[in-house]
Design a protein around this ligand. Structure first.
Ligand SMILES: C[S@@+](CC[C@H](N)C(=O)[O-])C[C@H]1O[C@@H](n2cnc3c(N)ncnc32)[C@H](O)[C@@H]1O
Length: 198
């Protein structure tokens, strides 16, 4: 296990991620990603969302604690001829050191449930956002794991790790970011969108 690895955030075994996320570009559109943005894909994994971000954004920085997954992502993007991505191995808590310049959007999918000190992470994100910048968190809904079935099997993090929109709002707003919107991301997720208003 990699030191600092967030609990229950391993990339899934092959097959069901693609079934759960058939339209990653649609998710990005829901959270307000626009052409021309500078984006951080935080906890980017093997690049399933990074690829779509790179197709739309001006530039993306994929950050993950697992350097091997970043290599998988690099391969995925290079196969599509995309060169507007930097790959940075490191701990999400160290965001300000990993990314000293500010960005328009920090996108965090399928990882916030496992973060032990969520206010600390939110503060790090707030520090790298431009004024008016957005923090989009895509989270599993707080429902029992046995009910979130994909390809006939229960999937996703343990039930006790899941948090709902209210708890997400409460912890993220300790950083000074403000909740703008919560949108449904069927079948089992929601996206909470925060803005840096100062
Ligand atoms: C379930 S995967 C999701 C990947 C991607 N966001 C997606 O939705 O396809 C969670 C990712 O978080 C990464 N991760 C876990 N702990 C981390 C940490 N402390 N800092 C940065 N990344 C971390 C894991 O290596 C893994 O790739």
């Amino acid at each position: 296990m990699i030191p600092g690895f967030f609990q229950g955030t391993e990339m899934p075994t092959a097959g069901w991620w693609e079934a759960l996320w058939p339209d990653p570009a649609g998710v990005l559109s829901k959270v307000g990603m626009k052409p021309g943005m500078e984006v951080i894909d935080l906890c980017s994994g093997d690049g399933w969302f990074t690829l779509q971000i790179a197709k739309i954004a001006r530039h993306v920085i994929a950050i993950d604690i697992d350097a091997h997954l970043l290599e998988v992502a690099r391969h995925r993007l290079s196969e599509s001829g995309l060169t507007n991505c930097d790959y940075v191995a490191g701990d999400a808590y160290d965001l300000t050191r990993l990314r000293p310049r500010s960005v328009d959007l920090v996108f965090l999918a399928n990882a916030f449930h496992g973060v032990p000190d969520r206010p600390r992470l939110a503060k790090s994100v707030a520090a790298v956002l431009k004024p008016g910048g957005l923090f989009a968190i895509v989270n599993w809904h707080e429902c029992p794991r046995e009910k979130t079935t994909i390809l006939g099997e229960p999937r996703g993090p343990k039930t006790e790790l899941r948090i709902g929109p209210e708890e997400t709002k409460a912890v993220v707003e300790t950083s000074g970011l403000k909740l703008v919107q919560v949108v449904e991301v069927p079948p089992y997720h929601y996206a909470a969108l925060f803005a840096k208003t100062l």
